[in-house]
Design a protein around this ligand. Structure first.
Ligand code: ASP
Ligand code: MG
Length: 410
């Protein structure tokens, strides 16, 4: 079999851990499999690099930012290849460019267009382990690009798809996907299996287990994914296509996201073209808007609220400052202390009353809802950040996720 293994930042956080990864790679290889390993930068390294850039300027040029950020993964691929060689395992390290990870030129959030993988195939054919730098690619202009934070997951899935690997194992510091963040809900349960779609919602809603785009990519190319811990030998969570059993519960998991910020534009003139003008600016800057609410119109004006990633807030603010409607600047207010809590489940398609149950659970704990959004398999509420943990626990209990004999008591 051909197996792609991906190790995150904590798993390669220091030399001892890199040795541990080498041992794991060796174990799989010793079973007769071909192995491609994708690694992240050492834990905290990408943040450190971002911090350095921000000491110089608030909005660093994205092209140079990518050059800077891509260095973290260069360190870990070289060290891991050395650790493998030191154990007598032939290995070669490759940057994104060397294995042909071709992307568009949206620096800091580039999309993979193609993975040629020629050198990978050669390397595997020669009986070596290929060690690939996650998170980076190369644009048509031959500039280094990065794939967005957490992008090494995407590298792993894209490489697995390109090589038609039998499995893509994502090793991380948690041993699977849980019904809620176990740091908040102590009796959260590990799921054996979860559908691509649910995982996609959980990922995009802030469960930091897998990067959202990697799940989308895996779903489109039907890459069998497994999330497991690099520190234990427990089975992980399999991310697969949906089946009947998964639909039996209305809700499979509760998640939260503290990385959003809310922008409200007060009293914008209520006529055609205004929303388009505002949101084209934001999407033109490739900022992902999550929720949008427009209120009832009063005296020809209306309020529009929307959420953006906190990391993009200062840029979004700048963009808003450049807009004028009917020759007047926008009246913009920003709230950073918000959080989004969500319940997710493919079972919502066939169960009714989930929203009511969610609002009821929040109300019982006197948590005010600021914004609501729904999709076929998810309901999200924006609340004050202060109540995040309380809300997650309340929802986990309300939907009985701890299993028949736990929960409620707490
Ligand atoms: N090192 C990058 C980050 O911290 C990519 C990754 O870890 O997946 O976002
Ligand atoms: Mg990661």
């Amino acid at each position: 079999m051909l197996i792609v293994q991906k190790f995150g930042g904590t798993s390669v956080g220091d030399v001892a851990r890199i040795q541990n990864v080498a041992a794991r790679v060796n174990r799989v290889r010793a079973q007769g499999h071909q192995v491609v390993v994708v690694v992240s930068a050492m834990a905290g390294e990408t943040d450190r690099l971002v911090g350095l850039a921000h000491q110089i300027m608030e909005l660093p040029p994205p092209r140079e930012m990518d050059l800077l950020l891509s260095t973290g993964e260069r360190v870990t691929i070289a060290l891991l290849a050395m650790a493998l060689e030191a154990r007598g395992i032939p290995a070669q390290a490759f940057t994104g460019r060397q294995v042909g990870i071709e992307t568009d030129s949206e620096h800091t959030k580039a999309r993979i267009e193609r993975v040629t993988g020629e050198r990978l195939k050669e390397c595997l054919a020669a009986g070596s382990v290929a060690v690939v730098a996650g998170f980076q690619g190369i644009s048509r202009a031959s500039d280094v690009t990065t794939l967005g934070r957490g992008g090494s997951d995407l590298t792993a899935v894209a490489v697995a798809a390109a090589l038609q690997a039998d499995r893509c194992d994502i090793y991380t510091d948690v041993d699977g996907v849980y019904t809620a963040d176990p740091r908040i809900v102590s009796h959260a349960r590990k799921l054996d299996r979860i559908s691509f779609e649910e995982m996609l919602e959980l990922a995009s809603l802030g469960a930091k287990v897998l990067q959202t785009r990697s799940v989308l990519f895996a779903m489109r190319h039907n890459v069998p994914l497994q999330v497991l811990s690099s520190f234990s030998d427990e089975p992980g969570t399999l991310v697969t296509e949906e089946d009947k059993e998964m639909e039996q519960l209305a809700v499979s998991g509760v998640t939260y996201d503290r990385n959003q910020a809310k922008i409200t534009i007060h009293q914008v003139p209520d006529h055609p073209g205004v929303a388009s003008q505002i949101f084209q600016k934001v999407s033109g800057a490739n900022i992902l808007i999550d929720m949008i609410i427009q209120n009832v119109s009063h005296q020809g004006t209306t309020d529009i609220s929307f959420t953006v990633p906190r990391a993009d807030l200062s840029q979004a603010r700048k963009l808003m400052a450049d807009i004028s409607v009917d020759d007047k600047p926008l009246n913009v207010a920003v709230e950073e202390d918000i959080a989004k809590v969500s319940v997710v489940g493919v079972g919502m398609r066939s169960h009714s009353g989930v929203a009511a149950q969610m609002f009821d659970a929040l109300a019982k704990d006197k948590i005010n809802i600021l914004m609501i959004s729904t999709s076929e398999i998810k309901i999200s509420c924006v609340i004050n950040e202060r109540y995040t943990e309380l809300a997650v626990r309340a929802l986990h209990d309300a939907f009985g996720l701890a299993g028949p004999d736990k929960g409620k008591k707490k």
